[in-house]
Design a protein around this ligand. Structure first.
Ligand code: ZN
Length: 419
């Protein structure tokens, strides 16, 4: 039976590559997720799965742990679950993937069409090709291979595609709020066929710095907000260095040279070359260790900004504003003694002939919701690729095929299968 399923993955391989190309060719940056979700929903319906589609009601999520407040609307931005009903008596598995991708700018840095899904030497290029449309293709085609091989699972499988993994996790949180709960969750994020055991937390901060604007002819008497932001940016870098000191690292992070990144990801100021900018705004993505209280991390960040401001004669009287929005993601550990890790290790060993490795990531994933707030054993296991969030993102296609086989095996083992 297993051989039939593995053969079915190979037989469906060309179709899987085309499907992944179809995903990459549907740009799905923030607010533009409907087209790809509708396309996936059609595919899941054609496979005979029960398709559930919903939009997020932030009011219903607000009181839940892990909620991230946003400044935008969820209208027209669906989340999905396709349910493959088992025959009964087996454990259930939820496979989750995020359809959202980050911006492709600056686009002139790309040597491949970011929305083209071009294939060169076994790699598919494009935004989301690795992170994580390849994982979504793998989880859907693992189910297709089971169906083609005539395998009926005992437990239910949920194929869950969500929005906003890259900024809030609201799609995953809303899946839980909608009542979905499985015996285990696997997220095929592109971590090179490793099993995830720990991830950092993430906060987003926005710092608004006031200057005194003027015509450039009197610039020497004005206060340029760009220059007033500089000591505050310096304070961010100093705090980042402090939290990465070896003695500040929890044990599992000791071998990671720089686990906590305080990334200044946006800086906006000025709109006219002959005007002194009256305001500068910068945004920082703040990493945290698992177990750190987000309110403490926020307070520490804000204190440092204010301390730096008080050392400046202008800023002392015009204190910056610090707010936190979107990502309020706690760090999370995923105990490798949980059963799903053993099942995944067996499936990985059977397909690749090598033992599975564990991974810690200096990024966040939606895995935190299922593990921390639902108490469901969770990990990530997905394909290999590179240049995530950068130009020329790519995925290694053979790793996608391998992950598809591992997920198919995992479903048969975890959920149980009737011949
Ligand atoms: Zn991802």
């Amino acid at each position: 039976m297993i051989d039939r399923v593995m053969q079915a993955v190979d037989d469906l391989w060309d179709a899987e590559v085309q499907f992944l190309q179809g995903l990459v060719r549907r740009p799905s940056t923030l607010h533009h997720e409907a087209e790809i979700q509708n396309w996936i929903a059609r595919e899941l319906a054609e496979m005979g799965l029960e398709v559930d589609r919903w939009e997020i009601d932030p009011g219903a999520l607000k009181s839940l742990p892990g909620y991230s407040p946003v400044e935008w609307s969820y209208h027209g931005r669906p989340n999905l679950v396709g349910t493959l009903r088992g025959s009964g008596g087996g454990k259930s598995l939820l496979l989750n993937g995020h359809v959202d991708v980050v911006s492709v700018e600056p686009i002139h840095f790309w040597s491949h069409d970011p929305w083209g899904g071009e294939i060169v030497d076994g790699r598919m290029y494009g935004r989301g090709s690795a992170d994580m449309k390849s994982g979504i293709a793998a989880m859907i085609f693992a189910v297709k291979a089971l169906q083609r091989a005539g395998v009926r699972l005992k437990g239910d499988v949920y194929l869950n595609t969500v929005i906003e993994e890259e900024c809030t996790g609201a799609g995953a949180l809303s899946t839980i709020a909608r009542g979905y709960r499985a015996d285990a969750v696997v997220i095929p994020e592109p971590f090179g066929q490793t099993a995830l055991i720990s991830q950092v937390g993430v906060l987003w901060a926005r710092v608004t710095v006031r200057g005194a604007g003027a015509h450039a002819r009197s610039a020497s008497a004005a206060t340029n907000a760009i220059f007033k932001a500089l000591p505050l940016l310096q304070a961010v870098k100093e705090l980042e260095a402090e939290v990465n000191r070896p003695e500040a690292k929890p044990a599992v992070w000791r071998d990671i040279p720089h686990p906590i990144n305080y990334n200044v990801g946006q800086f906006h100021a000025g709109d006219w070359t002959s005007t002194v900018p009256a305001e500068a705004v910068f945004e920082v993505r703040i990493g945290t260790y698992p177990g750190e209280n987000l309110e403490d991390v926020k307070a520490r960040f804000k204190d440092r900004i204010m301390e730096a401001a008080r050392r400046d004669p202008w800023l002392r009287d015009h204190l910056p504003e610090v707010i936190f929005y979107a990502f309020h993601a706690e760090g999370a550990d995923f105990d490798p003694n949980q059963e799903i890790f053993a099942a995944l290790a067996d499936a990985h060993q059977a397909v690749t002939g090598t033992p599975i490795r564990h991974e810690v990531t200096t990024a966040t994933t939606d895995a935190r919701f299922f593990q921390l707030y639902q108490g469901v054993q969770t990990t990530c296991y997905g394909p290999s690729g590179d240049n995530l969030h950068a130009a020329d993102e790519w995925v290694d296609l053979e790793s996608v095929r391998s992950v598809t086989k591992v997920l198919a095996r995992l479903m048969m083992d975890w959920c149980g299968a009737d011949a």
